[in-house]
Design a protein around this ligand. Sequence first.
Ligand SMILES: [Ca+2]
Length: 520
Amino acid sequence: MFRFLAKTLASGQGTFDCRRTFPRHLLHRITTLAVVAVTALFAQLLYTTQVKAQSTDRPNIILILADDQGYGDLSCHGHPFLKTPHLDRLHAESTRFNDFHVSPTCAPTRSALMSGRAPFKNGVTHTILERDRMALTSTTIAEVLKSAGYTTGIFGKWHLGDEDAYQPDQRGFDETFIHGAGGIGQNFAGSQSDAPGTSYFNPIIKHNGTFVQTEGYCTDVFFQQALGWIRSQSEDETKPFFAYIPTNAPHAPYKVEKRYSDLFRDHCSSPQSEFLGMIVNIDENMGRLMTKLDEWDLADNTLLIFMTDNGSAKGSKIYNAGMNGGKGTVHEGGSRVPLFMRLPGLTNSGVDIETMTRHVDLFPTLAEIAGADIPDDLDLDGRSLVPLIKNPRSEWEHRFQFFHSGRWTKAGLKGKFGKGDPDPDHSKHKNYAVRDERWRLVNGELYDLKADPGETTDVADSHPEIVTRMLTAFDTWWDEVRPLMVNEDAPLDVGKPFRDQFLKQKEEAGIPRWSPPSLD
Ligand SMILES: [Ca+2]
C-alpha cells in the first residue's frame, strides 16, 4: 500500500493519470493517506536519528590505566614472545595514538589525566613524600563529567593523596574501590601507608570509606568490582557512567600466580617473567571486560580506552619498540605509551594517528565526547583529540611538550630521599626533556626523532637554533609551573590515614569480607 502511494506521488505522470481516471473524492482520500504515510515515515526517521544521537551524545566511558606497562609490552606492538590477544583485539578495533606521551612516573601522569594540567601545576613533583597529592584547587575530569550527568567510579590505584580531603570521593567519584598510595602494601615517610597485612593476593580495599577483605588477585578483584558496578549502572540507560580502572599491576613487587610467570620460563628470568605474567593477567581481564560489554549490549555506546602511566618498568630491556629508556627516564621510552580508543560511530578500526599527543589532552577530549562544559576558569594545558579522531590528518598547530622527572630531595629528611640538593630550581636542568613533532631535547642533547627514533646521536651542535628555541620554551614553562609546586614544604608528620582508619575500623567494627558482584 505504502509503496504504491509513494510511487504514485513520486511520479508526475501517475498523479496526472489519477486525476483523469479517479473520481475527485477518491483522489483526495488517496492524497490524504499519502501525506499521513510520508509524515509517519519522516517521524520514524526523526525518532531513529534522535535515539541514535542520544546514545552517542553521552557515551559511557571506561578508562583502563595499567601501571608501569610500556609501549613495547604488547604483542600488537611487536613483542617477540609476550602474547596479549585481547589487547591486540582492542588495538585492531581502535583508533591508535602512536606518538602519545605521559610523564616518566606514576602520580604525575595520574594528576595530568585527572586535571588536564601539567603535573607540577598540581603540585605533583614526586610519587611520595606528600608530593603526590594533587592540589585541592585542581578540578578533576570526574567532576566535569558529573556536571554532565555522569555517574563516576574508580577501581584500583588513586595515588594522588591518601589524606581524606585528597581522596577520590572528595574529587568527583561517586563509587570508590581503592588501595593506598603509592601501591598495594607500600609505606613511605608522610601519609602513605596501605592497610597493614594487605598484599597483591586478597588485597584489603577501601570501598566507599569502609575497608573490606577481598579474595583473589588484585587485578582480578578490581575488574570484577568494576564490571559489577558497570552492569548495575547500565540498568539506568538515561545516566551514562565513567569507570576509571587504574590497575596496580604490573607495578613492583612482581607477584603473580606461577602459571602466568611460567609462560616465560624459556624466555627470561625473574622478575621479568613475573612482570610479563602480570600483563598476561591484565590482558585476560581486558578480554573479560570486552566480552561482557558485548554480552550486555554496551560496546556500541561505550568509549573504551586503554593506556599506561609511564614507560616500561621491567620490559624495556627485553623489547622496547626501538626506543631509548624506560620508566623514570625523560627519553622516549619513559613517556611514550599505548593509547587505544574505541567508540563505534566516532573512532574507526585500525586507524593510526601519528601526531604527538599527551596525557593532558584526554581531559578536554573526554569532556567534548561527553558534551560536558569545561568551567571557564580552568586553564587547561591540553587540546581535544576529537579533530584528530575525525580526521587523522587535520591541521594541528605546532606545540612543545615538556617532561621533567622531578623527584628532587626533601630538605631535612633522613635517608636516601634526604640526600642531595633540595632546591627545585637547582634540579631544573636535570632530567628534563622538550618535544615537538620532530625533535627531542634531553638534558641539553638534541635528537632528530624522524631520522633517529632510538635517540642514539646527539645533533645539538648541528642545530643550535633548535636547541635555543626549545630551551627558551622550557624556561617559560618552568617559570609558569614553579610557583604552583605547593607540596614542596608539606609536613610529613600527618599520620597515616589508610593504616589508622583500617586499625580503627578493625577495633570498632571489624573488617567485613568483600562480596564479589555476580557477572552472570
Ligand atoms: Ca607507574
